[in-house]
Ligand binder design. Structure first.
Ligand SMILES: [Fe+2]
Length: 461
């Protein structure tokens, strides 16, 4: 991993129009190094990773405001789940306005909105910052993550389209931003432009895993599954254990292989690679694991007792309710496990309790309208109640994008709906299944998976 050697001191930040309220050049330079780590998806062990880098910034200047802002964003949590975040928010609120410039005040507003689960408000504030400071990498990175986790792919694309003209190709992060832009374009079905952007990104930074990731999405969305397999195999030297995207890239490889019907290879990749990430369990690894196993089961593959292991690794997350997206995967992991299924009522009681006291937050709103009924549909599906699952899915499935994630990860929800309707004894549901498969053919005309499900529907009905 090549981090930039010419990190910015206080004057260099000011010269870019991004002045900060610190006089510590060491703190200012460390902030650049923390941003590098976020772009590269690799934590620098010499600095103790991003959190260690933030700690060093605060050692250099205990009042360094942007270090506290950065700290909230990279922890990816909210006040409710993290006393550390709650303390940081309290510290931000106590800083006198006179000590901050206008950009820092806006960052404070966005960070508090994010940490108190007003995520749509935070995204609007970061956009307002970018309108005035288009090279504010912190606002850019945080809003990119925010858009991905709220399913707003068009905004991700447009945000980068607005800001990229202010960047020079010689800027250290230019190639990485092209990778994000490619992803936004792909998510907006602009595949030709997406491929152009991702090629540019990888030409500048061949080890840029976000670029590899964006290209994997292009292969997936255009049903070029064999090209996707070959591409990731050719670049597997960049899929290192210390890269936060590695597990997810292996997941992309399983999607390619599942589409092609190479189920034994998927199971091998799951056991050899994806499973190893259980030593650092987090919500990303949970969703990758659940998605591999559930997609195999949709195809009729017996995954053995692997669900039991997924549940045992991730069961501690059951009452965190950080994202509705995570709760969907937790539901599947729980109900697919014989041990977890016994605690189903605890999960739903916890979700309902949390959403009812959080109705003014993004989680509460999305969970009440979409997530809660969909999670109950997942549970019904996993228990073999396909008619009940179809009845729960059908009123809400068109809004499922609001729970966040990419189109590729959200496809598991489409597959839940289709498979429930295919297997339901209700004739209306089977007609629904055929309609959804016809719709799927529009976007994935060469999909072998779609043809297999259509054949199954024809054979059974
Ligand atoms: Fe992805």
């Amino acid at each position: 991993m090549n981090y930039q050697t010419n990190t910015r001191d206080c004057q260099a930040w000011k010269d870019e129009g991004l002045e900060m309220s610190t006089t510590s050049n060491e703190a200012a330079k460390l902030l650049d190094h923390a941003i590098d780590q976020m772009f590269c998806n690799v934590a620098d062990p010499a600095m103790g990773g991003m959190i260690g880098t933030v700690d060093k910034m605060l050692e250099a200047d205990p009042d360094f405001f942007m270090a506290k802002i950065f700290s909230i964003g990279v922890r990816g949590s909210c006040c409710r789940n993290s006393p550390t975040i709650a303390k940081l928010v309290s510290e931000l609120e106590s800083v006198d306005d006179s000590k901050l410039n206008e950009r820092e005040k806006l960052h404070r507003k966005a960070s508090i909105e994010w940490a108190t689960e007003k995520k749509r408000d935070a995204l609007r504030t970061w956009e307002y910052i970018l309108l005035q400071y288009p090279k504010d990498t912190i606002a850019l990175l945080f809003s990119i993550n925010g858009y991905i986790f709220s399913g707003q792919s068009r905004m991700l694309r447009d945000s980068l389209a607005r800001t990229l003209p202010y960047w020079r190709e010689s800027d250290f992060h230019f190639g990485y931003l092209q990778g994000y832009y490619a992803f936004g374009l792909e998510q907006s079905n602009q595949f030709v432009q997406a491929e152009k952007a991702v090629k540019k990104s990888l030409e500048i930074n061949p080890d840029n895993t976000w670029g590899l990731h964006a290209y994997s999405h292009i292969f997936d969305a255009t049903c070029r599954s064999q090209e996707g397999v070959d591409f990731l195999e050719e670049n597997d030297t960049f899929l290192t254990d210390d890269n936060s995207l590695t597990c997810h890239l292996f997941w992309h490889q399983t999607v390619n292989l599942t589409e092609l019907g190479h189920y034994d290879r998927v199971l091998k990749l799951y056991d050899d690679k994806i499973l190893s990430f259980k030593r650092t369990p987090n919500a990303y690894h949970l969703s990758d694991s659940v998605q591999v196993l559930q997609r195999l089961e949709f195809e009729g593959v017996n995954v053995g007792d692997r669900w039991e292991e997924v549940y045992s690794v991730y069961k501690t997350m059951y009452n965190s309710h950080e994202l509705v997206y995570d709760d969907m995967h937790l539901t599947a992991a729980m109900i697919q496990s014989k041990t977890g299924r016994e605690s189903k009522s605890n999960l739903f009681e916890s979700m309902e309790k949390h959403l009812n006291k959080s109705l003014d937050t993004t989680y509460g709103d999305v969970c009440k309208r979409i997530g809660f009924p969909f999670a109950k549909g997942i549970a019904a599906y996993c228990e073999g109640n396909f008619e009940e699952a179809s009845n729960l899915f059908i009123p809400v499935y068109k809004d499922i994008w609001e729970i966040g994630g990419s189109k590729a990860t959200q496809d598991i929800f489409n597959q839940y709906v289709i498979n429930a309707c295919v297997r339901s004894p209700n004739q209306f549901h089977r007609r629904m299944a055929r309609s959804l498969l016809h719709e799927r053919k529009l976007f994935r005309p060469d999909s072998l998976l779609t043809d297999r499900v259509l054949a199954k529907l024809d054979a059974h009905h």
